[in-house]
Design a protein around this ligand. Structure first.
Ligand SMILES: NC(=O)c1ccc[n+]([C@@H]2O[C@H](COP(=O)([O-])OP(=O)(O)OC[C@H]3O[C@@H](n4cnc5c(N)ncnc54)[C@H](OP(=O)(O)O)[C@@H]3O)[C@@H](O)[C@H]2O)c1
Length: 257
């Protein structure tokens, strides 16, 4: 194991997670890549080893909607003798329709993916960062976590939880050299909408509200370095955010459904 910093990224098989891996490898980090599609992780790992000379990559297959996944990830990392300096809790999906008659077990699995797995990975990895006096944690939230919207009964609220969790954790550990940031992207070009069957949304909305994964990740890495607790990515969304938060204008957005 080299003396490079190491970044653990969940949901690294596509979209923002893959881009986090690319930018962190380019910055000189070793990588721990986590997702269900381990074949994709291994393809990326081979590519990164070739592109960024000296980078070491560990791939871990895990389904974060399963209760045992975070402990499994922690154990694999520990057994390899690696430490985690950057933790990027990025894995996520659109999730089941609250009123769609799926069994409650599906909803619970979704809440594990979006909330409890993030909390548990923070619980398992942040204490060692505090001990070493250095750590960077990015919890990928969303602009959806900054607003209430009809038919977003799980997705938005889970992202609101990540913002609250990141603020509380960040305030608790920032004096010890560990920065925690909730990164809130708006619409971003990734596989997210195709996976959720929302291709039409992409076609029917103006391109200026869509950002590239490269921009979102670059802004997120800069924000965590600066110690920002919450960072809304994209100039348009940063401009909208105060309107979403203000008691004077929030009512306007609550009328949209
Ligand atoms: N794209 C947007 O417009 C947007 C906006 C705001 C916030 N976000 C957030 O950004 C994050 C990344 O999403 P993305 O846009 O990059 O979407 P994406 O391209 O669909 O990537 C999602 C990633 O999450 C992983 N994932 C999904 N379910 C998982 C599970 N059960 N266990 C482990 N990994 C799982 C996927 O890997 P496997 O399928 O291989 O497991 C994949 O690597 C999410 O948290 C999303 O909510 C996205």
């Amino acid at each position: 194991m080299t003396d490079r910093l190491t970044a653990l990224i969940t949901g690294a098989s596509a979209g923002l997670g893959k881009e986090f891996a690319r930018q962190l490898a380019a910055a000189g980090c070793n990588l721990i890549l986590v997702a269900r599609r381990v074949d994709r992780l291994q393809d990326s790992a081979a590519h990164f080893r070739e592109q960024f000379r000296g980078v070491e990559v560990l791939c871990i297959e895990a389904d974060l909607s399963r209760a045992e996944a975070p402990e499994h990830i922690y154990t694999v990392v520990r057994d390899h003798g690696w430490q985690v300096d950057y933790l990027v809790n990025n894995a996520g999906a659109a999730g089941p329709d609250f009123f769609g008659h799926q069994p409650w077990a599906d909803h619970l699995a979704y809440l594990r993916l979006m909330q409890t797995s993030v909390a548990e990975l923070c619980y398992r990895f942040i204490p060692a960062m505090v001990e070493r006096g250095f750590g960077r944690v990015i919890n990928v939230s969303s602009v959806s976590g900054r607003m209430a919207a009809a038919n977003s009964c799980h997705y938005g609220p889970t992202k609101t939880y990540l913002i609250a969790l990141s603020e509380a954790l960040g305030l608790s550990v920032r004096a010890r050299g560990v920065h925690v940031t909730a990164l809130c992207p708006g619409f971003t070009h990734t596989d997210f909408h195709a996976t959720a069957g929302l291709d039409e949304l992409k076609r029917s909305t103006p391109s200026l509200i869509w950002y590239s994964a490269g921009t979102v990740v670059r802004e997120g890495l800069r924000a965590v370095e600066k110690g920002r607790l919450v960072y809304v990515s994209g100039r348009l969304y940063r401009w909208l955010d105060p309107l979403l938060q203000s008691v004077w204008t929030r009512w306007l957005f609550l009328r949209v459904d």
